[in-house]
Structures are given as C-alpha cells and as structure tokens.
Design a binder for this molecule. Sequence first.
Ligand SMILES: Nc1ncnc2c1ncn2[C@@H]1O[C@H](COP(=O)(O)OP(=O)(O)O)[C@@H](O)[C@H]1O
Ligand SMILES: Nc1ccn([C@@H]2O[C@H](COP(=O)(O)OP(=O)(O)O)[C@@H](O)[C@H]2O)c(=O)n1
Length: 224
Amino acid sequence: MKVAIDGPAAAGKSTVAKNIAKQLSYVYIDTGAMYRALTLAARRQNVNVQDEQALAQLANDVTISFRYREEGQDVLLNGDDVSHAIRETDVTNHVSDVAKHPLVRQHLVAMQRELAEESNVVMDGRDIGTYVLPKADLKVFLIASVEERAERRHKENQEKGIESDLEQLKQDIKRRDQIDSEREMAPLIKADDAVEIDTTSLSIADVTHKILDLIRDVNETKGV
Ligand SMILES: Nc1ncnc2c1ncn2[C@@H]1O[C@H](COP(=O)(O)OP(=O)(O)O)[C@@H](O)[C@H]1O
Ligand SMILES: Nc1ccn([C@@H]2O[C@H](COP(=O)(O)OP(=O)(O)O)[C@@H](O)[C@H]2O)c(=O)n1
C-alpha cells in the first residue's frame, strides 16, 4: 500500500501522515524534510540557493537519511541529527528556492522512490501523487485557508521556541506556496485522482479518521 499526501504548507500533512503510519505500522517518509536538509547544508556552506549546479553537486556530496524511533523519526545530515535545525525560519524561507531546481529534484526524487520500495508507506510532500508515486494506491490532497495554516504554524513555532510573527508567517507561507505552485518541474498541484480534504475546520483526529477510512476502502476493493 502506497499512500500519497500532498498539499500546501502547514495544511496538516505530516501530522496526519505520522498518525496513519503509527496506527497501521506503515513507514512514514517526509519528503519536505529532505529538501529542508539540503537547504540547511546549502546555507551552512554558503551555497547560493539560485545556483542549480552547485546545489546538485551538494546533493551528491551530502548524505540525507532518516533514523526511525519508537516515537517518530530523526532527520540526519551526514549522520548528524538536524531534525530541529531544518525547521528554523532561515531554512523555511529558502527551501522553495532550492526545491525549484530540476537537478535537485531529480536527485531527491530518486531517493524517495527507493525509500518507497518498502512494503507499506505513507509519503507526504508536494508532488507525491503527481510525480514521485503516480501509481499510489491512495492520493490525498489536504488544503486549508491560508489564515488557518498561518495560525497553526504560529502556534507550533511558539511551542517549539521558534521566533514567529503571525502576519509575516502568512506572507512567507503565501510566497512559498506560490514558488511551489509555479515552478516548472513537478509543481504543487492536486493529482486528478486525488481526494481533496479541506481541513480548515476539521480536527487532526477528524482528518486522520477520514484518511484511515479511505485506506480501508482501498484495501476492501483490493480484497486485502
Ligand atoms: N486539522 C488540524 N487542526 C488543527 N491543527 C492542525 C491540524 N492539522 C495539523 N495541525 C497543526 O498544524 C501545524 C502544521 O501541521 P503539519 O502537519 O506540520 O503541516 P504540513 O506537514 O502540511 O506542513 C502542526 O502544529 C499541527 O499540529
Ligand atoms: N515533495 C516535496 C516536498 C517538499 N518540497 C519543498 O520543500 C518545502 C518544505 O516542505 P515541508 O513539507 O517540510 O514544508 P511545511 O509545509 O511542513 O512547512 C516546500 O515548501 C517545497 O518547496 C517539494 O518541493 N516537494
């Protein structure tokens, strides 16, 4: 079973993907974390985020991996735990510029497809249903109003001790969604066969249950 969850920033993708992975013992693959880890490496090594060749070289040189734990997972850059560092504002504000380059995407998508060879996976991102796993058994596209998404991320930042200004956050999310939607290669767009869920006034539990129901339906159709 391959489940693809796509959607704009802070729509709730990773939260529900983690819940589903936990409940069904699926492997969770956070593709955004991979673009973030490469962005962190670029910022640390002063690689210009507009320089596609230099970023492609960097993607070749670094090792990005996941370490799975009982409770969640860590993101590793060259073996170091960067799970917190990749959520910092500087990375967030540069990641879409890094992710728009085709050579960068080719490299990370190859890794993502390899990781997806595990038997049951739930993978979240922007192009999973359209490009990374076009034959996924279930595709979900999560959306929510930009105000709601900014509020959610603001609250999350405050809880994590990351400096956060609600109005600025809303502008940053809009900018990132725009770059992600307008890029040439594998832009953020709903796959024709994806189920869209507007989470604006749904709880995390509501969204998780809806997707678990959809997975059950797919399994029944397949006779699993
Ligand atoms: N349906 C929901 N209602 C309220 N808060 C939510 C909901 N879904 C997610 N959140 C919260 O919003 C924030 C962003 O969610 P996240 O899963 O990181 O989004 P994404 O992976 O799409 O960027 C998190 O703090 C999460 O706890
Ligand atoms: N499959 C993916 C996943 C993320 N990304 C890029 O990586 C960025 C960070 O993704 P994320 O899922 O961690 O972002 P949040 O929505 O959690 O803030 C996105 O804004 C995209 O620019 C992508 O291009 N393709």
